[in-house]
Design a protein around this ligand. Structure first.
Ligand SMILES: [Zn+2]
Length: 478
């Protein structure tokens, strides 16, 4: 009799502990049964995509021929909000690196940190952990694949601007992904080192044109680099929906019996916010929305897949609806936002500015390019800006090499671009919270969206570090 009791007790104890551990491993008190763990996890970061962006997107996306305001894919999957603040030493407002490190590792860190904690020590990321458990892994971005967000899932470096070091670590610290899609020739095909060749030597299939993305060899790791650094704006790119195109090819390429973890980043929403360029930002949002719409069908066909979407922070203090100074009846009303002018644009303000500074364009030409009528005053402002730009460029070119050192080479169209984006802001009644040359990040909480297996874990309010912790749990980490 005596002998039986202890063993029974111990096995009872052992069983309950492990079940408890498995069932309740989520620090967020989400009970996860092993059978409920998703096979595939897709983490999506809309860089700079604060709540104003997903709201603005609903109005942009609205079909004006119907009385109702159609909801968007974001609305269908909204589950909660997330705080984004970095470690105390960096204050309340994060940069992309600290926030991506929080989302990938679950720890708060200083701004500019890549996969390091505040003691400058490397912290394991969800992507690295997924790889260790035998899953395939991938990163897809519309900027260089060694930029802050993908870098924070793949590398560990004291500063986000150590682009070459971060790129080198993708080989030197062991190849951690089976698929990379984005930009980056500048850092991966260098005079001092050709990392593309090293990836090929490690068995990777390399592509550098969109046209090759649908003919990838099965079961082979892939490196796809399609630009020097960032991909062109969605508005200017040969494929306006290049993020959804890459995501489609990536899900197919990564599918395998153990499942996969993939990071997808809509990287240039942030760039649109920094440039206070609502036209560019909203079309980046449209590309991200198309990616989510594709993943909705993907999850319907692959229900053991989890998709989580959030932002690392918001950018530019975007406000939808701003009283303008102009005396134009329908524009001057207090409560009005006019996305219709954005829906018809086919060229980014940056591309129009470049064209305006290199070619001789008439008022009619600009109106056609920008897809709404500009006034004589607008044209006069553009001509003035063109003169300013050429003066700035000649002044810079006149400097000695020594004086040029450390100075950023001026963009030959920056003043013209500023006039164009202001024009679009006036026309659409769009406002921005920052007045500095490049728009800033803001400290506002960001939305969280999720669908698929395990998505209920992301309901409610959470911190960005919680999102990582939940993903570790959903990867089966004890
Ligand atoms: Zn960012």
């Amino acid at each position: 009799m005596k002998k039986i009791v202890p063993t029974l007790l111990t096995s009872l104890l052992i069983m309950s502990c492990s079940q408890l551990q498995t069932l309740n491993n989520a620090e967020n008190n989400t009970v996860v049964k092993a059978a409920d763990l998703p096979k595939n996890i897709i983490m999506i970061v809309g860089d700079g995509m604060g709540p104003a962006y997903t709201t603005a997107y609903r109005y942009f996306h609205d079909d004006p021929t119907t009385p109702e305001l159609e909801t968007t894919v974001f609305d269908r999957h909204f589950v909660g909000m997330s705080s984004t603040h970095p470690a105390p030493e960096s204050g309340y407002i994060t940069d992309s690196a600290a926030s991506a490190t929080a989302l990938s590792t679950g720890v708060k860190t200083y701004n500019a940190a890549i996969g390091l904690d505040t003691n400058r020590q490397p912290v394991e990321t969800v992507l690295e952990y997924a790889k260790k458990t035998g899953k395939k892994t991938g990163v897809v971005a519309t900027l260089q694949i060694n930029h802050a967000t993908p870098g924070s899932y793949l590398a560990h470096n004291v500063h986000r601007y150590n682009y070459n070091e971060i790129a080198d670590s993708y080989i030197d610290d062991g190849i951690k992904a089976d698929l990379y899609f984005g930009g980056g020739w500048k850092y991966f095909i260098r005079e001092d080192r050709n990392l593309v060749n090293e990836f090929i030597a490690s068995g990777f299939h390399y592509i550098d044109r969109y046209s090759d993305i649908n003919t990838l060899p099965a079961n082979k790791p892939v490196l796809g680099l399609f630009a020097d650094t960032g991909l062109p704006w969605a508005l200017d790119d040969s494929n306006k929906f290049r993020l959804s195109m890459m995501a489609k090819a990536a899900t197919k390429q990564l599918e395998n019996k153990n499942g996969y973890f993939m990071l997808i980043e809509g990287s240039q929403i942030d760039y649109g916010g920094h440039a206070r360029d609502i036209a560019a930002a909203i079309t980046e949002m449209d590309d991200l929305a198309k990616t989510l719409e594709y993943l909705e069908t993907y999850v319907a066909e692959n229900p053991d897949t989890l998709v989580v979407i959030t932002a690392d922070h918001s950018t530019g203090g975007l406000t939808i609806g701003k009283k303008t100074g102009r005396t134009d009846d329908d524009i001057n009303s207090k409560y009005l936002w006019k996305p219709e002018f954005l829906r018809t644009m086919t060229m980014s303000p940056e591309a129009i500015a470049k064209k305006f500074t290199t070619d001789t364009l008439s008022l009619e030409d600009v109106s056609t390019l920008i897809s709404f009528e500009i006034t004589d005053t607008d044209m006069a402002n553009l001509v003035q800006a063109k003169l300013e730009d050429s003066a700035i460029v000649s002044a810079f070119n006149a400097l000695s090499d020594a004086d040029k050192k450390g100075q950023r080479v001026p963009r030959a169209y920056q003043s013209t671009l500023n006039v164009l984006t202001k024009l679009i802001d006036m026309k659409t009644n769009t406002g921005w919270g920052s007045i500095s040359a490049s728009g800033t990040h803001t400290g506002i909480d960001v939305p969280v969206f999720a669908f698929g297996k395990g998505s209920e874990a992301f309901k409610g309010f959470q911190d960005n570090t919680d999102i990582a912790k939940k993903i570790f749990t959903l990867l089966g980490k004890k």
